[in-house]
Design a protein around this ligand. Sequence first.
Ligand code: FO1
Length: 307
Amino acid sequence: MTTCVLSGGVGAAKLLAALASVSDPRDIIGLVNTGDDLDLHGLRICPDLDTITYTLAGLNNQETGWGLTGETWRVMEELGRLGGESWFSLGDRDLATHLYRTQRLSEGADLTTVTAELTVKLGCPITLLPATHDAAPTRFLSADGQGLSFQEYFVKHHHDIAIASINLEAAAQCALTDAARHALESSTHIVIAPSNPLISIGPLLAIPDVTTILSAKRASVVAVSPIVGGVAIKGPAERLMRELGFEASALGVARMYRDLASTMVIDTVDASLAPAIEQLGMQVIVTNTIMDGGPVSATLGQSILDA
Ligand code: FO1
């Protein structure tokens, strides 16, 4: 019994930890978005892979939500003094991960191999797979006509800029890795994490063959809504969904996933939306989805595995 989880960053990390708390972590695979990845200072930065690795290893920085615990920022401070690019903060400890990854990639190792090395070395007990080895950066067009990279939108503009469209063309041109394809095809359960459907899950679904595989396995696909009570648990999902013409609710998320998932997990505060979601042809599980890293997470994890 293997569970493959389509994953963004923070929300997915919490869900993967929840699933790992109620099953053998060796049976869980995170299939992770790389659309947020960037090259900066000559380093390959993979925010979602690192957020999940650090969280599952118990090393995540709970103040920032990204990066490592016990972090210091001396390199960034020095870089700022030199007038270097310091808008995207890499902590001193986090830099070691990036130096390691970049060096291994430059030696010819692929991102799947390097990710496996980092998860083992850092103590993340589940398997994490990048969905692709190709560069597939997510881009944005702002309402005032600027083209933006993911991290320009997310960090430089604090995702506080109106967006006209999301560009997933690079993802649509890239190839699923063999390991990712095998994970999707052979897993008994597939879960869509409560990550942003447009910019964390969207880039995974844009990769050729992913929606085909999910549709064929729809009966074993469960999606967890990242929108609770009309509000995103974290990040810009609600605002982006509205700006791009989607209803910012668990029902709106269900409409996006109806052809891919047979079961939708929604929060108890959204229980009144269950009949409308069932009318889309989905089963609905109503439970507490605000994960606490303890009993609430465990109950959510178990309900997903039982679905
Ligand atoms: N998010 C920020 O808001 N500011 C940062 O300076 C920042 C640096 C950073 C460095 C490494 C890393 O793995 C993640 C980092 N993030 C930062 C988080 C990241 O930009 C986003 O949270 C994700 O890409 C969205 O899932």
